[in-house]
Design a protein around this ligand. Structure first.
Ligand code: MN3
Length: 181
């Protein structure tokens, strides 16, 4: 995770900044504003902003929704718990479906739990660095399943990485994302 943070995430930031070099007005926007409406981004840098802006937004989000295992407390009540239970049958069913989605990402991408503008929840698969924000959805929980996220420690065993991820989810932050979305 340290290499992932210091090298991979940094590369997205550096390449996003390079893409924005000749557009000082865009440099004033937050990354969420930039990727929230890519039609406002000039065509010559649009794909670079999608790739690297998406990468920056996704990774910034990802670090926040993890916490050391002793601080990861799965909810048994509250607004997030109630909505997840209602949406997916049970909290355990949600975790099973999210795991399946993460395992089903073909190639590089992410699985996200998102809140849609109508307030409903969905589990989504995203290729590359496409962010839920690009579709107008709010990410609540997400897992990076690019090989760079797990290959160093787990090689090809994505399933072990996803299993371990559940032990470090910062549920307080996920709830905060849910209430703020
Ligand atoms: Mn990554």
């Amino acid at each position: 995770m340290k290499l992932h943070h210091d090298k991979h995430h940094q590369a997205y930031i550096d390449k996003l900044n390079a893409a924005l070099e000749k557009y000082p007005n865009l440099q004033k926007l937050t990354v969420e504003q930039l990727i929230g409406d890519l039609t406002k981004v000039p065509e010559d840098i649009r794909q670079a902003v999608a790739n690297h802006g998406g990468g920056h937004a996704n990774h910034s989000f990802f670090w926040e929704i993890m916490t050391p295992p002793d601080k990861s407390v799965e909810p048994t009540s509250g607004a997030l718990f109630d909505t997840v239970t209602k949406s997916f049958g049970s909290f355990a069913d949600f975790k099973t479906k999210f795991t399946e989605k993460a395992m089903g990402v073909f190639g590089s991408g992410w699985a996200f739990l998102v809140k849609k503008p109508d307030g409903t929840l969905a589990i989504r698969r995203h290729s590359f660095q496409n962010s839920p924000i690009m579709q107008g959805n709010s990410p609540l929980l997400g897992i990076d399943v690019w090989e760079h996220a797990y290959y160093l420690k787990y090689q090809n065993r994505r399933n072990e990485y996803v299993d371990v991820f559940w032990k470090v989810v910062n549920w307080a932050k996920v709830e905060e994302n849910f209430l703020g979305a």
